[in-house]
Design a protein around this ligand. Structure first.
Ligand code: ATP
Ligand code: MG
Length: 362
């Protein structure tokens, strides 16, 4: 346990600063002064438009040295590099690869009070985790495996044994710590791939099957990604932990978010051996930026994940307790009908922040 922790904050663009500001207020309400020390650093599309640089080296250094990184969201229309890629994604991708944040943990949970079109389909609730491999797969092509020549562009899908083993182990460890699938209480890891068509995914599955034998207490199963996108709508209560390749995880987690109230409800944690980046699953939502109506719950839940991660890493019960209290406050606020416009309510970002802070101060 340390006396205090340095948190590097990168607010980013659009609604990034709004939801990030809300999360910091909530963290401060949940912990004694000085336990977390926040320092802000610039990065993102706005910074790119102003300076021609999306990610200052000083920000990269500070993020690498901090105990944890809290990020809002980045990206703005028109902020693109000459090759067509978005300036807003540089921050996340550089840190993911630079700090080897190989595990992207995306909890999908339907909270009481939030309307879901799937409520009748999943009477036991929706509560699973998408574990997205975050360091290779198709996104590794952003590094060395990409080719652009004349009229042809090629991206390479890279899967290494070591990369698959560590993400699959993490999936089984998460399942072991969980309560199992809501439908039947079974602790289950589902490997989602396209092993029937592509060799890289067949390799992913073969490594998964071998690691699964190390965890005989956890059920292991497979699903092809196209079927998976149907199952996540048809029988979401069946799932506990889903482990999958980088791009599949990206796509499925947006689909999954839609089943629990939308992107605003979906937190995300990207962790490696010694660093962690915590940001909501959603982007900068420029269409609603500056109106004070952004849903901060996903960001607040990401901040709670940050406390859990730091708390376990440093054996600090203060942080674990604060994370639990933030989750409870969130459950109560949602159940009481404190819903933002994306959840068909009328609560502002300010109102959600206030109700959470009041509950935490009580
Ligand atoms: P990115 O490319 O960065 O992932 P995106 O194009 O997927 O971004 P988002 O910014 O994630 O788009 O959001 C899509 C839409 O969902 C937004 O335009 C907005 O209407 C809605 N949305 C996303 N996040 C929130 C939120 N926190 N609160 C309210 N609405 C949101
Ligand atoms: Mg998106």
């Amino acid at each position: 346990m340390k006396d205090g922790y340095e948190i590097a904050v990168v607010h980013g663009d659009g609604i990034g600063p709004e939801v990030c500001g809300a999360a910091i207020e909530v963290l401060n309400a949940a912990l004694d002064p000085g336990v977390l020390r926040f320092a802000e650093y610039p990065a993102g599309a706005g910074h790119f438009l102003a300076t021609g640089e999306s990610l200052p080296e000083a920000t990269v250094q500070a993020c690498g040295a901090a105990d944890a990184i809290l990020h809002g969201a980045a990206g703005l229309p028109g902020a693109v590099h000459p090759d067509g890629t978005e300036a807003g994604v540089d921050f996340s991708l550089k840190l993911r690869f630079g700090l080897d944040l190989y595990a992207n943990i995306r909890p999908i949970r339907l909270y009481e009070g939030v309307e879901s079109a799937l409520a009748g389909i999943a009477p036991g609730g929706i509560d699973y985790v998408i574990l997205r491999e975050n360091s290779e797969g198709l996104y590794a092509a952003r590094g060395a495996g990409s080719l652009l020549r004349g009229d042809v562009a090629v991206d390479t899908l890279v899967q290494t044994r070591e990369g698959i083993e560590r993400i699959v182990r993490k999936a089984f460890e998460l399942a072991r710590l969980s309560d199992g699938a809501p439908e039947d209480g079974v602790r289950r890891v589902t490997c989602c791939d396209k092993a029937n068509v592509l060799r890289s995914y067949a390799f992913f599955r073969a490594v998964f099957d071998r690691i699964a034998t190390e965890f005989p207490d956890i059920e292991a199963e497979h699903a092809i990604v196209d079927a998976m996108s149907m199952y996540l709508v048809q029988r979401p209560g069946h799932y506990n932990v889903i482990v999958t390749e980088n791009m599949f995880g990206d796509i499925l987690s947006d689909l999954a978010a839609a089943t629990i109230g939308g992107l605003g409800m979906a937190p995300s944690a990207e962790v490696g051996e010694s660093n962690g980046l915590f940001q909501p699953s959603h982007g900068s939502a420029p269409d609603i930026a500056g109106q004070g109506i952004a849903n901060p719950y996903g960001m607040v839940l990401s901040a709670a994940s940050m406390l859990d991660w730091l708390g376990h890493r440093h054996d600090d019960a203060r942080l674990l307790d604060a994370a639990a209290r933030i989750r409870r406050a969130t459950e109560e606020a949602l159940a009481s009908g404190c819903l933002t416009t994306d959840l068909k309510g009328s609560a502002t970002t300010r109102a959600v922040t206030d109700i959470l802070c009041r509950a935490l101060a009580a």
